[in-house]
Design a protein around this ligand. Structure first.
Ligand code: PAF
Length: 279
């Protein structure tokens, strides 16, 4: 497995593979890899001759009061795990390589509306940071397929929209959330939880399961369902940001007969947790 740190080195390797008509699958990450990321990489290995993974903690997607400085960085362990899964190349740029003119003047790629609701309403600018860095990475790697986890459901919907709107010939492959045995969705941020918070954390997914069961039993007052789920989370010790039932594709208010997804975000101490469940 090759590790490259510059765009020029990355491009040279990609061009060499392209000349040999090799398909490229790409998994963008911020590192600190867990079983959820490794499932993406394993699926990527099945889809293409060449697998590229990026490890880049993207400052543009963190708000001023968020955890950019403390975000866990574990490059050596990440590299070993990726090598074991047969990854061909890991791209590990410095911030200056990705944003040579600095962050403030960097050109932005923005998906309006879809990027401003749900998590976007609580993390202004976050999704613009995500779409900007993923757009840059797509231009560098020129993958045939890119893989993202369903855990970040809104991110996945926004990136699908970006690729469609910008006419990129890239298949976006969604991979299911990997959960701990008690149901907690795997996330690099789970390690911020203390022992008591870790004990409570699976209640987020349980809340989504209960809400989904009520919808399957015929309840259709989605606003009341969301409000009562938020109350339940609050009394369990969470600070919920939202619990919403929306159309599974557009993330717009639900229409009769269409697939639904329940999405939630809640804080537990200093940790922000998100999760979702298709109904
Ligand atoms: O999901 C993530 O880890 C990040 O948002 C991504 C897609 C790697 C962009 O920085």
């Amino acid at each position: 497995m090759e590790t490259v740190t510059t765009v020029d080195m990355l491009r040279a390797r990609i061009q060499f593979w392209r000349r040999g008509n090799q398909r490229i699958a790409f998994v963008p990450t911020m590192g600190n890899l867990h079983a959820g990321h490794l499932r993406l990489v394993t699926r990527a290995r099945e889809l293409a001759e060449r697998v590229v993974v990026s490890v880049f903690v993207n400052p543009l997607q963190f708000g001023p009061k968020e955890d950019l400085a403390s975000y866990p960085r574990t490059l050596e362990a990440d590299r070993k795990a990726l090598e074991n899964l047969g990854v061909d190349l890991v791209f590990v740029p410095e911030v200056e390589e990705m944003y040579p003119r600095g962050l403030a003047p960097a050109t932005r790629v923005q998906v309006p509306e879809l990027g401003e609701r749900l998590c976007g309403a609580f993390r202004p600018g976050h999704f613009t940071g995500v779409t900007t860095v993923v757009a840059k990475l797509f231009n560098m790697v020129q993958p045939d397929t890119a893989l993202f986890g369903r855990k970040d459901y809104q991110q996945l919907a926004i990136l699908r929209r970006m690729v469609a709107d910008l006419d990129w010939p890239i298949d976006i492959e969604a991979v299911d959330t990997v959960r701990e045995p008690d149901g907690l969705a795997m996330s690099s941020r789970n390690q911020y939880l203390d022992a008591e918070e870790r004990r409570l954390a699976p209640q987020l997914f349980q809340t989504l399961q209960q809400l989904a069961a009520r919808i399957r039993n015929g309840e259709r007052d989605f606003t009341t369902l969301g409000v009562s789920a938020m109350e339940g989370l609050r009394s369990a010790g969470f600070e919920p940001e939202y619990v919403e039932v929306v159309d599974a594709d557009s993330l717009e208010p639900p229409l009769e007969g269409r697939p639904l997804v329940v999405l939630a975000a809640a804080r537990l101490g200093r940790t922000r947790l998100i999760d979702n469940l298709l109904v």
